[in-house]
Design a protein around this ligand. Structure first.
Ligand code: FAD
Length: 361
């Protein structure tokens, strides 16, 4: 059966920080919504992945949320700019105001299922219809791709296993022994909360690197440059925190005092009742909480064959947002731009480079 296919210039996939920044710049450059570009998001509401973050993540416990271009977060949600306000409430409200203020039309919920090559254009297949585009700005984040490493015996474990993504509140674990796996910021945050009400054990692959000095802009830039270098070489992007180490915050100092930062090395297998290390000693636990991060949600782009044999995607362009193998595709909020500030800048660079490349205006 023939299908109606809508034509447009650029499809922006995702309306988190990266997608909204891209849309803002496309519109500011004089592009017309619908005809020249269109924005899809699979989530029911504004807010990107912030709408799904666990409730105890507050404006004081996030690392810092950078303003979207052209509108201040603090001014927009001034009554809510208190440290104890939940990020999953305040940020979606800010994004909603942002979309209204700049009249950015986001079509939601629309899930992009596949992007493929068709007649020298890109066919974007969604759950609401098919679109034919000249270019793509992909801004789908990582929330849909929780990563759990493979350890032998995982299927045998009789206790509960969950990922950071599934975490709601520490209360859910009262009276249980929780094994927390991972050395990133989320692992530390959840370990802090859960260890206040129940028994915890913390394991990480490598000894965690605590950064005692202040985390200044210079250190941030160095970290981003290292991730950028990896993606320019086509290597899988690692997270920015894996190269910055863990900043020593008052929370970490308090955790040290409570004795909960006593890190164990990674176990080698999972048993019915817990985990076992290489030297044969074992530990019984009730819950394994995998704080092992996320990967880019990019499955819908796989028909475009943009992956390198290493599993990474080689990127080029001014801020490394452009797929080296196919200049019609930009990835924003990916690799070096996987932060609120990085996503902002990436959106601008992608909008400028892609419209120039496609000759849209
Ligand atoms: P998202 O906010 O994830 O938005 C992606 C959007 O794409 C979503 O709305 C989703 O619905 C949509 N989408 C996904 N797939 C599809 C599809 N196939 N079709 C249609 N739509 C789709 N950064 C900071 O700077 N400071 C912090 O404090 C901080 N804390 C963080 C805490 C956690 C737990 C995590 C996971 C990340 C954190 N980050 C932080 C990183 C930061 O949230 C993101 O890098 C940044 O917000 C950029 O977001 P994004 O737009 O790339 O993705």
């Amino acid at each position: 059966a023939s299908r109606l296919i809508y034509k447009t210039g650029i499809v922006v996939i995702g309306a988190g920080q990266a997608g909204l920044s891209s849309a803002y710049h496309l519109k500011n450059m004089g592009l017309q919504q619908g005809r020249d570009f269109i924005v899809f998001d699979e989530s029911p509401n504004p807010g990107g992945a912030w709408q799904y973050r666990w409730p105890s993540l507050t404006l004081s416990t996030v690392n810092g949320i950078h303003d979207l271009p052209g509108m201040s977060f603090a001014d927009t949600v001034s009554d809510q700019f208190a440290p104890e306000v939940h990020a999953n409430v305040a940020v979606p409200r800010y994004f909603e105001c942002y979309e209204k203020t700049f009249e950015l039309s986001v079509y939601r919920p629309v899930k992009v299922k596949v992007v493929c090559e068709r007649d020298e254009r890109l066919r974007v297949e969604t759950d609401k219809g098919f679109f034919s585009a000249q270019g793509i700005i992909n801004a789908t984040g990582t929330w849909d791709k929780p990563y759990i490493p493979n350890y032998p015996g995982a299927e045998r474990f009789k206790g509960g296993q969950l990922h950071t993504r599934d975490y709601k509140e520490a209360e859910d674990f009262r009276g249980k022994h929780v094994l927390i796996v991972g050395g990133g910021i989320s692992a530390i945050q959840l370990l802090d909360e859960i260890s206040q009400i129940t028994k915890t054990t913390w394991v990480t692959r490598r000894p965690p690197e605590f950064n005692e000095g202040p985390f200044d802009a210079e250190r941030g830039r160095e970290a981003v440059a290292m991730v950028e270098d990896r993606v320019r070489r086509g290597l899988p992007a690692n997270s920015v925190v894996s190269v910055t180490g863990l900043p020593v915050t008052p929370t970490i100092i308090a955790m040290r005092k409570r004795g909960v930062l006593n890190r164990q090395p990674m176990f080698s297998e999972i048993t019915e009742t817990g985990v076992r290390w290489e030297d044969g000693h074992s530990l019984d636990v009730d819950i394994i909480l995998w704080c092992t991060g996320f990967r880019g949600s990019l499955d819908h782009l796989m028909p475009l064959m943009i992956k390198e044999p290493s599993g990474g995607i080689m990127m080029d362009g001014r801020l490394a947002t452009r797929v080296a193998k196919d200049h019609r595709i930009h990835l924003v909020g990916y690799g070096p731009s996987a932060s609120t500030i990085g996503a902002n800048r990436a959106g601008r660079a992608a909008a400028q480079e892609l419209t120039r490349y496609l000759g849209i205006k």
